[in-house]
Ligand binder design. Structure first.
Ligand code: 6GU
Length: 222
């Protein structure tokens, strides 16, 4: 998969993509992530990428020209499955959307900033608008990192133990069951006996029960 991220703050994205699973996915060649600094495509001499809004009002708006130049350039080089705009008024991200996007070949992710982007960008270039929840962030970069992390970990070969993505919370509309590791007893607090019984059939049944119990208690909406 190839991901092209369009941002005014590329340095904000370096750390989340430079560590752990996202780094390994890139090292393994499973995913290629490219950061594009929108300012490099600014058309005026001050290298502005935002301007005052027509009609007045507080807050700057991201201009269409630099975004158009960059997106047209990328689209002339390959075809994209989706051109995604990260915005608090987009569709709220869930595991199903991440699953779907994890099978894409090429995607563009545009990070919103300031008051957002000129509406004509959304009308003419964007194919999908995604929010990561009902709260406001200072920009789309952290949201883009969240989106990409949730997608990339689902691509076959990224996680060492592939079943580990299948047993994540949300993967079958259930939260994950509780987990324990050594020691089997700490401060007199014991690990559930079934887990140390060696009876894998019983363990599987216990985990299923706990997952359902936890989901009903915490997320009945699932
Ligand atoms: Cl995608 N962007 C911003 N700025 N805030 C958000 C968001 C995105 N998703 C939730 N809050």
């Amino acid at each position: 998969m190839r991901i092209d991220i369009i941002t005014v703050l590329p340095q904000l994205l370096e750390s989340p993509f430079g560590d752990s699973i996202l780094k390994r996915a890139q090292t393994k060649g499973i995913v290629k992530v490219n950061f594009h600094n929108l300012r490099d495509y600014a058309t005026n001499k001050h290298k502005n990428v935002d301007d005052y809004q027509f009609g007045g009002g507080a807050g700057m708006v991201m201009m269409i020209e630099p975004i158009s130049i960059l997106i047209e350039k990328l689209k002339s080089e390959r075809t994209y499955d989706e051109v995604i705009y990260m915005t608090p008024d987009g569709e709220t991200l869930n595991q199903g959307m991440s699953n779907q996007l994890s099978s894409a070949k090429n995607i563009i992710v545009l990070c919103g900033h300031y008051k957002g982007v000129d509406e004509r960008v959304r009308e003419h270039y964007i194919t999908k608008e995604i929010s990561i929840g009902d709260y406001v962030l200072s920009g789309g970069e952290l949201a883009a990192a969240v989106l990409c992390d949730s997608i990339i970990r689902l691509i076959p070969g990224v996680l060492n133990n592939e079943t580990s993505a299948l047993t994540d919370s949300f993967q079958d509309d259930l939260l994950a069951p509780p987990v324990y590791t050594r020691p089997a007893e700490f401060n007199g607090w014991k690990v559930p006996e079934v887990l140390t019984s060696g009876d894998f059939k019983k363990i599987e049944v216990w985990r299923e029960e706990k997952a359902i119990e936890r989901t009903e208690a915490r997320r009945p909406d699932l």
